[in-house]
Design a protein around this ligand. Structure first.
Ligand SMILES: Cc1cc2nc3c(=O)[nH]c(=O)nc-3n(C[C@H](O)[C@H](O)[C@H](O)COP(=O)(O)OP(=O)(O)OC[C@H]3O[C@@H](n4cnc5c(N)ncnc54)[C@H](O)[C@@H]3O)c2cc1C
Length: 385
């Protein structure tokens, strides 16, 4: 028995998404990066082939293929455009909390349109006071009459300017020990007082929109509350911890595969001193290191996704995968650039973009410091192999 092998269904999915990525993403990825635009129109096409609702049950318009299937989609997309990869991964992050914690009415109202691509989703938790301080959020929701009034600002939100449906968390009081109680809400584009604000010009992961969401006296009805009042911390952390970070890890597996493929192509084609540089041991060592990083990131990432599919705890494994894959993608893209000599820094090649995308993947979904804090706490509290 193999430790990890794709099922026939997953192999077919990979083939279909790879063909889609080669036809629809590869030719445009550099342009999206250069112009800093997100190809939002692709969501409808991605909906048709099941990417948007890949882990969503068929009864809500999804493909019902699960989280290993989702990892395949994100790896294949991000092989060519990690920017589009994070737009898709965040769209998934907009669906997951509704699927997991929503009422039947909320699921029927929002999820089918998010799966088809008629609508785009997002998740907003980060605030100017520091994304690492999840519980220190200041955006407040006050109960009024038969609904809620929200005020505050979210920042660094992927899909901020293109999302139709955003799940966001806000402070709704304190518990008996004085700790902040967060609740989650579903907010629709066009709701009075809910605006996309500043748009960031990023170093990497261009091809996705990242920006502020500003809430000024936003009135929403009682049925916009997602899950229980005071349940927002669990909703936000489960989404980010198991789906967001797993998605960032998958995106970096895509970048790592890009590094391997670009390194092999270049090393075989580039002739220096009368022979291909692939014959040089220095270059072979670089290729071996890049390949090892890809294989290790791939195993960690798909293993964590397979635990999620099996309904087993996976937050630890996702944290490890996210930490390793993002850091490995930075190192491997730098190694690939080194292997290419001067050509590595020429924008005609995608490797400079890989490095920028990998660097931008580190804070997305929680920094490497925070991943280490979580892993250290879990390990020091009782490590068992
Ligand atoms: C491209 C991109 C897309 C994003 N998309 C979204 C999104 O869709 N939705 C969303 O809600 N957020 C999103 N984020 C925000 C992301 O989650 C935050 O950037 C991240 O959590 C870090 O928060 P921060 O940037 O405020 O850094 P800070 O929290 O200010 O951290 C600053 C530094 O201090 C360190 N630090 C802080 N606290 C600790 C601690 N307790 N222990 C150790 N080190 C610590 C950090 O590691 C970092 O080095 C996105 C970010 C990026 C870059």
């Amino acid at each position: 028995m193999h430790f990890f092998e794709f099922t026939e269904e997953q192999k077919m999915l990979r083939k279909a998404i790879r063909e889609f990525a080669e036809a629809e993403i590869a030719p445009k990825a550099a342009e999206w990066d250069e112009q800093d635009v997100c190809p939002a129109e692709l969501f409808k096409k991605m909906g048709e082939i099941g990417i948007n609702g890949i882990f969503t049950p068929e009864q809500y318009g999804g493909a019902g293929i699960g989280f290993v299937g989702r990892t395949i989609c994100l790896e294949e997309i991000s092989r060519y455009s990690a920017g589009l990869g994070i737009a898709v991964m965040t769209h998934h992050l907009g669906i997951y909390p509704i699927l997991q914690f929503g009422t039947e009415e909320q699921k029927k109202k929002y999820i089918p349109d998010l799966c088809s691509g008629a609508k785009i989703g997002g998740l907003g938790v980060t605030e100017p006071g520091g994304g690492s301080d999840f519980i220190g959020q200041k955006t407040a929701a006050e109960k009024k009459d038969d609904g809620w009034v929200l005020n505050g600002r979210k920042c660094f939100i992927t899909n901020s300017h293109i999302a139709d449906t955003t799940v966001l968390t806000a402070k709704t009081g304190q518990d008996e020990k004085g700790r902040t109680k967060l609740s989650a809400f579903i907010i629709e584009k066009g709701t009075k007082g809910f605006e996309a604000g500043r748009k960031e010009h990023k170093l990497g992961l261009r091809g996705s929109v990242t920006g502020d969401l500003v809430l000024t006296d936003v009135k929403i009805s009682e049925d916009a509350l997602l899950g229980k009042e005071g349940g927002g911390a669990k909703i936000g952390m489960e989404g980010i911890g198991e789906v967001g970070r797993a998605g960032m890890s998958a995106i970096c597996v895509g970048i790592l595969r890009g590094c391997v493929e670009e390194a092999v192509k270049f090393a075989n084609e580039r002739v220096v001193g009368g022979k291909a540089i692939s014959k040089l041991q220095s270059i072979q060592f670089e290729v071996a290191k890049i390949r090892t990083a890809y294989e290790a990131a791939r195993l960690l990432t798909y293993y964590a996704a397979s635990l999620k599919d099996a309904g087993l705890p996976c937050a630890n494994e996702v944290t490890t995968a996210k930490y390793y894959s993002t850091e490995a993608a930075v190192e491997a893209s730098k190694r690939t650039m080194d292997l290419m000599g001067g050509y590595g820094i020429i924008n005609e090649y995608p490797v400079g973009r890989f490095l920028r995308d990998a660097l931008a993947s580190i804070p997305s979904g929680g920094t490497s410091h925070i991943m280490q804090v979580i892993m250290a706490a879990n390990t020091l509290s009782g490590f068992q192999a």
